[in-house]
Each structure stands twice: as C-alpha cells, then as structure tokens.
Design a protein around this ligand. Sequence first.
Ligand code: 4AZ
Length: 249
Amino acid sequence: IFGGRKSLPNAHPWQASLQFRPLGSNETFSHGCGGTLIDSCWLITAAHCVNENEEIRVELGGTNLEKDDTAKQFLEVEKAFVHENYTETNEALYNDIALLKLKAKNGRCALETDSVRAACLTRDSFPDGTQCTISGYGVTEKNDTVSPQLLDAKVLLISQRRCMSRNIYGNRMDDSMICAGYLQGKTDSCQGDSGGPLVCKKDETHYLHGVVSWGDSCGIKNKPGIYARVNKFIDWLHFVLRESLSETN
Ligand code: 4AZ
C-alpha cells in the first residue's frame, strides 16, 4: 500500500495473506498476495495470484507477518477456482478473480473471532466518489519489499468514463474492472496487495467491492489502481459455491 497507515488490530478481519512455496518443497512460505474471507471456507483473491506450481497457505487474523500471534489462523487450500474468462494481456488483466476453498480442520475452516470475520457481498454498485478502503501487506512508497505490517488507505471510486479517457487507461479498462484511488497519485495499492480487498461501507456493513488487480506502477499521477469488479461476478461466485456443495455431498 502506497500512502497508507498501520492498520489497527481487528480493523480488516476479512484480510488474508496468501503465502506461497513451490509444490512439494520444504521451503518456508512467503507472502505473495492478499485475499478476502467471504465465508468460513471461502476466500476471494485475484486469478493472477493462483499458480498451479505453488502450494498456498492462508494466514488470517493477524496484522504483522513476522509476529507470532495466538489470534492467527493458518489454513490450507482445498481447491482453487479461477474465473474461466480470466485473461492476461500486455495491456490489462480481465476477469481477474478466483475463489479459494479452504481445507477444513476438525470439520471447520476459519473460526469467527474478533480478528477473523467474513466481508459481505452485494449486487449493488457504489456511487462514483465513494470513499472506500484498501488494505494489504504489499509494497510501500518507502521501499520495494512487502510490508510485514498490514497497512490500509482510503481511496475514492473513480468513474468508468474518466478512467477510460485516453490520458488514463483508455480502452484497456472494461466492465470487469473498477478504477479507484486519486488522479494526483501517491495513495494506491501495489505489488503484494493483489487479490486483497477494496471494501466499501453502506449502512454500517462492509462490502467487498473490488479485488486488487493491476495498474501502471503504483501511486503515479493519472494511473489509479484497477480492481476486479466483484458485483459483476456475483452469479459466478454463487455458481461456484453451489457447484462445490454437490461435489462432496
Ligand atoms: C502488482 O504488480 C500491482 N497500483 C498491483 C496493484 C497495482 C499495480 C501493480 C495498482 O501486483
């Protein structure tokens, strides 16, 4: 997160750290992406975070990757579902969304606590200019490494029309994306925040509205962050969740 501040404990209880290591290796896991808990056994992340050749561990409930914390929960991934229309080009990432089904331990996945709680989903959109929140362990303006400390920042939803203007992202933007941040730069998501939440609040409820996806660098003027537009994928999300019920039952 560029231009962020230290997150308070329990401020983003849906925030996950996705930690990776090569399949079958004994290396330690290292943070690579964010994710958002939407149900005790389900996480939303970016499709570009899912790699067949890597084992994923999910860390929930913490605000510092380097601190032991009894509030942390570590879970494994049972199965990854990448959106079938996910496309990566030199211009953009399209439909950059994936669902991770967590592996149950003793019949349960994530346990709801003060520091672990799911974010909500909605089909509704939010008006342009709405102030929403991004959070993550990604790169900061201070140095080029991930931040062990969870950081967050307020960003504004920017209209599609504005973001599709030639001096911003032009036709690289489509309706699977949301643009958020500031045209003057400075405050933004960055590498390592990918897959993590853009959350907007309505009537005291926090909704996952975007998934950190891409952008031209970080914090640059006229290059706000691009997020997968979660409300465009509600039917797909429900379809995957329902489909996976019938797999085991
Ligand atoms: C990345 O490389 C990345 N400023 C994530 C977010 C943004 C840019 C790059 C948005 O994962």
